[in-house]
Design a protein around this ligand. Structure first.
Ligand SMILES: Cc1cc2nc3c(=O)[nH]c(=O)nc-3n(C[C@H](O)[C@H](O)[C@H](O)COP(=O)(O)OP(=O)(O)OC[C@H]3O[C@@H](n4cnc5c(N)ncnc54)[C@H](O)[C@@H]3O)c2cc1C
Length: 786
């Protein structure tokens, strides 16, 4: 069992905030209330707004305590916004609490904060912020309003076409240029003379937008909140933080779309059964969940990073990632919600269209996805940024020292004859330098760096989850080669620790720790791939010796030609079917009755094999669990493949993305807008993968699979496949030519080998089945042979 990594999860207080928000809005903001507000003249659900700002005190969430607020973080605010997005709450919360309050805090004018933030926190005033003439994101070129000093204040003229909740707001925060060209931010009473506001007739009537005109508006000197470069920086930060919050809101809306579909699909009968039993429907729901979980990770990472006050570039890129994911997820889920409801999905009376319209409108605010991806590409190519720091679980002094220790060890040992192994042997390169990589495993073992997460009593290092993350990060960052011992260390070892006999532990664990014994996995057979329960390899017990005697064939057995042992599931009860009557055996490969035949792959190399058993023997002492328990043990073993090893894999992926960027720079593809956008997408995807893993590690305290954990394999394998295609498109016609340059051949390998990522360890289609049935609780299709 993996210990939970608490810091990246939602803590008990945050959980309470989320649940309180959800149950309050369930009661206070049903669809009927949204529809009533939509058709009201103000577009605001006044009763709900009074309750939110009064009874619930949500407007105070992020306001510092010194100004009468609760001083909570972005994580807490995002949890509330997520719930508001689920309900499409028609209240000026986003404009007041996210945009206006954040701008005031970022500007930091004490008098203005004392005056306005207190009122916002107390729910006494509504407010909004405009970005520029036509701007819906911060771009100082859009600031065309003019402010002239009049001796006793300012006179402001200008127009702002897109002001969120511009008619509902009492306080307007508006940027303008002073006569010397300086930027300035003003606070303006919306009812002041010379202010004209006109609401647009939009499609998304759950959040109204107004045009605001200022004609000769006279302002007192204290209306000037700030001027000069500080305004630019404050507006940039506000826009980035606003984008993260909007992403949180979109996430909630997307989740609601999925819930609407699941409820509807469970009820709707066609062709004599619930449509939720059809795989086409299940897969589409699973796709929605995949995107929702990815978005949840992006928002979780961004809000955590925002709470640590990062530098502006880091914040902007984090926000770009969260907002781009959220916009596309909501658009996808809302579109699917219409489609999967059939005809009623196209009616006004059903809710999907409300989310569809919100999706479109909000996708344009604070950065459309393509714009945000270009922002990342610009940072990667134009500022030569390699990677931006990601949110991490908080690290103590001990962890920092540990990081240094791993770093130093790798620097001293991955040198000399091992130098050639740097970045080798990862996904798609498994068969590189096998002999030297085995020597490297011995080197690691001598340093105490094998089986680092195993308990000390079994020869492991007993590292905490946080330290294991650090180890895998630093190992891969240094270019540490892929482990030939991966299956032994991460799958078989933990299985033996959990289910093996004392004798099995004594016999088999030390060889894994010492880096001398290698294991391969004998699960798949010609007739048992996705349908693994159909294994036909027979195991019969010899009545004289008690040995189990094997007959049959395994296939696709990775690295069997490099291993001394194989763990096998076989059928031990004649006539048994499916999951029953199976046995889990620990078998030596080097014995009569075993033949290993390599299979050539599309890469031209042979990483996997056929393994034939014709009378091979396995002592009775090498049965894990009882005969008949094979399925239980086999599945438990797969359950160990979660989390920690992915961290190192991601570091390899990061290196591959760096190679793609390098190739793009060299061949000029970094100037191709379509490729730049795909690079931006890949970078964001990698960041989300990292957060997916941290969330997964945060959620497995009781050993059961958390919802997000179901999505991880599908996510990384498809990301990697896309990276392979991107790499080849970047290389262009040169990509088809083999030359002796590892930075290029590595990309070609990624392209070819990543085709196996979406097949191995559960194909894409099987992953979608699992997500639909286990994570979403949709019905299983009955098996004819059951
Ligand atoms: C590089 C590589 C290494 C591997 N290493 C190992 C190893 O070390 N040990 C080991 O035991 N196995 C290994 N495998 C095998 C791997 O786990 C199987 O290939 C995988 O489970 C799919 O089984 P299959 O190949 O029989 O395909 P099939 O199950 O025949 O699938 C064929 C197609 O049908 C689809 N399909 C099947 N069932 C369903 C369904 N119910 N609903 C919808 N679609 C369905 C699949 O998604 C796929 O697209 C490896 C495979 C690869 C590619």
């Amino acid at each position: 069992m993996i210990k939970a990594l608490a810091p990246f999860g939602v803590d008990a207080d945050q959980q309470m905030i989320r649940e309180a928000a959800a149950s309050f809005l369930d009661e206070a903001c049903p669809s009927s209330a949204v529809r009533a507000a939509m058709s009201s003249s103000s577009g605001v659900d006044e009763v709900l707004w009074r309750r939110i700002s009064g009874e619930m005190g949500w407007c105070a969430t992020k306001v510092p305590e010194g100004y009468g607020g609760l001083g909570l973080g972005w994580v807490e605010l995002a949890l509330i916004l997520e719930q508001m997005g689920r309900r499409l709450a028609c209240v000026p919360f986003f404009s007041t609490v996210v945009l206006a309050a954040t701008a005031l805090i970022e500007i930091g004018n004490r008098e203005a904060c004392a005056r306005w933030l207190r009122s916002i926190a107390a729910g006494e005033i509504t407010a909004t912020l405009a970005f520029g003439e036509r701007g819906i994101d911060w771009d100082e070129r859009q600031v065309t309003a003019r402010a002239e000093s009049t001796g006793d204040g300012y006179r402001v003229d200008g127009s702002f076409r897109h002001v969120p909740e511009g008619c509902a707001a009492r306080l307007l925060l508006l940027p303008a240029r002073l006569s010397n060209g300086d930027l300035a931010l003003f606070s303006i009473d919306a009812l002041a003379s010379g202010v004209r506001r006109e609401e647009h007739v939009g499609f998304d009537v759950t959040r109204r937008v107004a045009a605001v005109e200022l004609r000769g508006v006279q302002l007192a000197p204290d209306a000037l909140l700030s001027r000069g470069p500080a305004v630019h920086e404050a507006m940039e930060r506000t826009a980035a933080l606003g984008a993260i919050c909007l992403g949180a809101e979109q996430l909630g809306s997307a989740q609601k779309c999925l819930d609407l579909v699941l409820d509807f699909a469970a009820e709707r009968i066609q062709f004599g059964r619930s449509i939720s039993t059809y795989q086409a429907i299940k897969h589409r729901c699973a796709e929605m969940m995949l995107r929702i979980e990815a978005t949840k990770s992006a928002v979780a990472g961004a809000t955590r990073l925002a709470d640590t006050c990062p530098d502006l570039l880091t914040l902007k890129l984090e926000a770009a990632c969260a907002k781009a994911f959220a916009s596309e997820t909501l658009r996808f889920c809302a579109g699917e919600a219409i489609q999967l409801h059939g005809g009623v999905g196209f009616t006004w009376d059903y809710d999907p269209h409300l989310y569809f319209k919100r999706a479109q409108a909000s996708s344009q605010w604070l950065g459309a996805p393509a714009v945000l991806r270009e922002r990342v590409a610009a940072a990667l190519f134009d500022s030569a940024m390699d990677t931006a720091p990601s949110a991490q679980p908080p690290a103590g002094e001990e962890d920092r020292e540990f990081r240094g220790e791993v770093r130093r060890w790798m620097a001293h040992h991955l040198t000399g004859r091992f130098e050639v192994l740097r970045h080798r042997g990862g996904a798609g390169d498994e068969d590189a330098f096998p002999a030297l990589r085995k020597e490297w495993e011995l080197e690691l073992a001598q340093g105490g760096w094998t089986c680092v997460g195993w308990p000390k009593q079994y020869g492991g290092r007993g590292l905490t989850v946080a330290q294991q993350i650090i180890f895998h990060e630093e190992y891969a960052r240094a270019g540490g080669p892929g482990h030939l011992s991966h299956l032994s260390e991460t799958l078989l070892g933990p299985t033996l620790i959990a289910y093996g006999t004392d004798e099995q532990k004594r016999r088999f664990l030390p060889g894994i720790v010492a880096g001398t014994d290698y294991w391969c996995q004998g699960y798949s057979e010609p007739g048992a791939g996705s349908d693994l329960a159909n294994v036909q390899t027979r195991a019969r017990q010899d009545p004289d010796s008690g040995d189990w005697v094997l007959h049959g064939q395994k296939v696709w057995t990775s690295l069997a030609h490099e291993c001394q042992f194989i763990f096998v599931i076989a059928r031990c009860e004649p006539g048994s079917k499916l999951h029953k009557g199976l046995i889990f055996l620990l078998v030596e490969l080097n014995q009569p009755g075993v033949e290993v035949r390599p299979i050539r792959q599309i890469t031209g190399t042979c990483e996997f094999n056929e393994v034939f058993f014709d009378g091979a023997r396995c002592p009775a002492a090498n049965v894990v669990g009882a005969p008949g328990d094979g399925w239980k043990i086999a599945m438990a073993l797969l359950g160990f493949e979660r989390g920690l090893s992915w961290i190192g894999m991601q570091q390899h992926f990061e290196h591959q993305l760096q190679l793609v960027c390098k190739a793009a720079r060299e061949c000029g593809a970094d100037r191709n807008p379509a490729l730049r956008e795909r690079v931006g997408r890949a970078w964001m995807g990698l960041k989300v993968m990292h957060y997916n893993t941290l969330r997964t590690l945060s959620g497995v305290a009781d050993g059961s699979l958390s919802r997000e954990a179901y999505t991880v394999k599908h996510y990384w394998s498809n990301w990697h496949r896309d990276l392979g295609e991107l790499a080849m498109d970047v290389l262009g016609v040169e990509g088809d030519i083999r030359i002796d340059d590892f930075s290029r051949t590595r990309l070609q390998q990624v392209w070819l080998f990543s085709r196996s990522d979406t097949i191995v360890a559960g194909t894409n289609e099987i992953q979608l089945n699992i997500i639909a049935e286990r994570a979403l609780g949709m019905p299983k299709e009955p098996r004819p042979d059951r």
